[in-house]
Design a protein around this ligand. Structure first.
Ligand code: KG4
Ligand code: ZN
Length: 342
């Protein structure tokens, strides 16, 4: 069976093909021009998806040595994400399915991330905990199998990636923030500034807006503007901020590992590319005797391989979608099952 996946929820256009159990192509085109605006400009994103999706599909077919007619199932991200951007990939995929008379499945982007660990040779084992950390979401989940996912916690304000992006902007590093904070942090002292970690009533929820404000206050109190902050101090702020974010994430993962019986823990989403987080969560998993799975970098950020893989698991569970599937901007409140039912 040949599955074509298309991802266009934000600023990456991606096309992937899974043939049988093998990923034969996963092409990703990143819209780097958004950095000139300090963040993603939705309308420009939609237009760029529109331009690149067809050539990317042709390249993916060529790389997989397949013809369009060889595809059996077509899948695309329906949400959450930027509505115009989603519309491009989803409509393109539905059009293909209709004209080729093939099955079609719409995929939830977060579910794509959740199962992205299965794209690795060493896969997560059910049941597993997963920490989803991306630009728009921060979720701690208990994954029982491919169809039962329980939400333990989420962010009550900013997402982890969003905090990286906002603090990066404050420090004058630009967008996207994660990789630049990570690079600066490597040269800084993580113990220099004791930034706060939110302590919420719910042991599995996260909050990053207080931390973001604390960074802003620190800068305003000590310096006129970011321009007159010496590089050494910028590096210390980056390292101390990164440590605070990672400590907050780890604290809730540790609580969940104490409370829930799992075989593995996986770290997924764009922020999963962060080396410091990978190292610290890996060490926590080891202390708890759990298998730790983190996807390779090409599967952490947005990619169509995870969309094609999620479609495969849905198809194998009997799911078939209609061509009336619509794009949606955010995750519905009760999208995942409640952890009170585990
Ligand atoms: O999953 P993703 O590619 O897109 C969304 O679905 O949001 O995640 C993008 C986020 C951005 O906020 C970016 O700053 C962050 O992932 N990110 C990182 C790193 N690389 C990307 N955050 C921290 N450290 C990194 N190395
Ligand atoms: Zn994502």
């Amino acid at each position: 069976m040949n599955i074509l996946g298309i991802e266009s929820s934000c600023d990456e256009t991606s096309v992937a093909i899974i043939s049988g159990d093998k990923l034969t192509s996963n092409l990703i085109s990143s819209q780097d021009f958004h950095k000139n605006y300090g963040g993603v400009v939705p309308e420009l994103s939609s237009r760029a998806h529109l331009q690149i999706v067809k050539p990317l599909l042709n390249n993916a077919l060529e790389k997989s040595k397949l013809k369009l007619q060889d595809i059996d199932l077509i899948a695309a991200t329906a949400g959450p994400g930027l509505i115009g951007a989603l519309l491009v990939g989803l409509t393109f995929a539905k059009g293909l399915a209709l004209s080729l008379k093939k099955s079609f499945i719409s995929v939830n982007h977060i579910e794509g991330h959740i199962f992205s660990g299965f794209l690795m040779k060493d896969k997560p084992e059910f049941p597993f905990l997963t920490l989803v950390v991306s630009g728009g979401h921060t979720l701690l989940l208990y994954v029982k199998n491919f169809s039962e996912i329980f939400q333990l916690g989420t962010t009550v304000d900013d997402a982890a990636g969003e905090a990286f992006d906002k603090v990066s902007k404050m420090l004058g590093f630009g967008y996207p923030g994660g990789p630049q904070i990570q690079a600066a942090a490597k040269m800084g002292d993580e113990n220099k500034i004791p930034f706060p970690i939110a302590n919420l009533d719910d042991p599995y929820n996260f909050s990053f807006s207080g931390l973001k404000t604390a960074v802003l206050r620190y800068i305003q109190k000590n310096h006129k503007s970011t321009d007159d902050i010496p590089t050494g101090i910028l590096n210390d702020v980056a390292a101390s901020f990164q440590k605070a974010v990672v400590s907050a994430l780890l604290q809730n993962c540790a609580r969940a590992l104490d409370r829930f019986e799992v075989k593995s823990i996986s770290l997924v989403g764009g922020v999963a590319a962060n080396e410091y987080l990978r190292e610290k969560l890996g060490a926590l998993a080891e202390r708890h005797n759990k298998k730790f799975v983190v996807p390779g970098l090409e599967f952490c950020g947005d990619n169509a391989a995870m969309i094609a893989f999620r479609a495969k698991t849905l198809y194998e569970n009997g799911v078939r979608d209609s061509l009336s599937a619509k794009p949606y901007p955010s995750l519905k409140k009760n999208h995942f099952l409640s952890h009170h039912n585990i």
